[in-house]
Ligand binder design. Structure first.
Ligand SMILES: O=C(O)CCC(=O)C(=O)O
Length: 303
């Protein structure tokens, strides 16, 4: 990974708020492919996406009991050559060939991943327009919460938290990665931004308890405190499923303004990403050059 981020150029983003995620993995993959192909055609106003994003856990129902059942072995290791043809992961195969078919960057949401040590991770997978798996990100902060009478969730029952910070470079931007609950930890996005990411994108799946209060607030906060674009892509809400996703996929600009958002049904959200807004935000409110690392530490140092 080069230290210097790519020059930030205008691009179009599409978030696929996927519905119909059920118990049948093959059907989930087929529908995901169908929706990626649809997204690649562009918006009704003619915006063709350069990068398409899927939600968290798009190939299986969401819940700690499901992760071991749906987990796939990917075989990717950071810093090592990786041949997609040799992976055992059906999800990686389908997304790789789809990205290649449409010639578009694809942040293929997350899937439960079984690592060589037997541990299971919640892992985001990213493909180049040639279908190469360029990076992965294992959810660092596991979603373990207990709000009595509302929601109890314990990913750590079956998952292990990732231990690395990840981003990827495209010809138009450096994109910082995180997954859902990771958004509650400002340090991760701060490290991405200080390492040069102009945009952060987190596949996510908030719920109907925390979603209304925190989903938009957290994303606007991460956008403003780092003066970056920030987006999260959710699955659609399915009231027949065990987990009711909040939906409301969102794109926020570096001033904290909402660029685009959906409701909770299946939908494709398009957004134009404009580097001018990034440049103006940083010039007008120059916090990026006013930090006082003599008073508090720089969290991006040594990472
Ligand atoms: O932080 C939250 O309220 C929700 C997080 C979540 O749903 C997740 O990490 O999957």
């Amino acid at each position: 990974m080069s230290a210097q981020p790519p020059t930030f150029k205008p691009f179009n983003l599409a978030l696929v708020q996927l519905g119909q995620i059920g118990a049948d993995k093959a059907a989930n993959l087929e529908h995901a492919k169908e929706m990626i192909l649809k997204a690649s055609q562009g918006s009704s106003t003619g915006q063709k996406p350069d990068l398409i994003v899927l939600p968290e856990c798009f190939n299986s129902p969401y819940g700690h009991v499901h992760f071991p059942v749906y987990a796939e072995t990917i075989g990717f290791e950071h810093g090592k050559e990786f041949d997609v043809e040799k992976t055992e992961s059906d999800s990686v195969k389908v997304l790789s060939s789809t990205a290649k078919e449409i010639g578009t960057w694809l942040l293929g949401g997350t899937i439960p991943e079984k690592a060589s040590d037997g541990k299971i991770y919640n892992t985001a997978i990213v493909f180049s327009p040639k279908g190469e798996l360029v990076t992965t990100h294992r959810k660092v902060h596991l979603f373990d919460i207990d709000i009595p009478g509302k929601i109890t969730f314990k990913e750590s029952e079956t998952l292990t938290g990732g231990s690395s910070h990840n981003w990827f470079d495209t010809p138009f931007a450096r994109i910082g990665l995180g997954i859902c609950y990771d958004v509650r930890f400002p340090e991760l996005a701060a490290v991405s931004a200080r390492k040069g990411a102009q945009v952060c994108i987190y596949p996510g799946a908030f719920n109907t308890t925390t979603g209304p209060l925190h989903w938009e607030l957290l994303q606007r906060a991460r956008a403003v405190d780092n003066q970056i674009y920030f987006a999260m892509c959710s699955p659609a809400r399915d009231l027949t499923a065990g987990y009711h996703a909040w939906g409301h996929s969102l794109v926020v600009d570096p001033m904290g303004a909402v660029v685009a958002k959906t409701e909770h049904e299946e939908d494709i959200l398009y957004a134009h990403i404009d580097p001018e807004i990034f440049t103006q935000a940083r010039a007008g409110i120059p916090v990026t050059t006013q930090r006082r690392f003599d008073v508090y530490p720089d969290v991006s140092k040594d990472v």
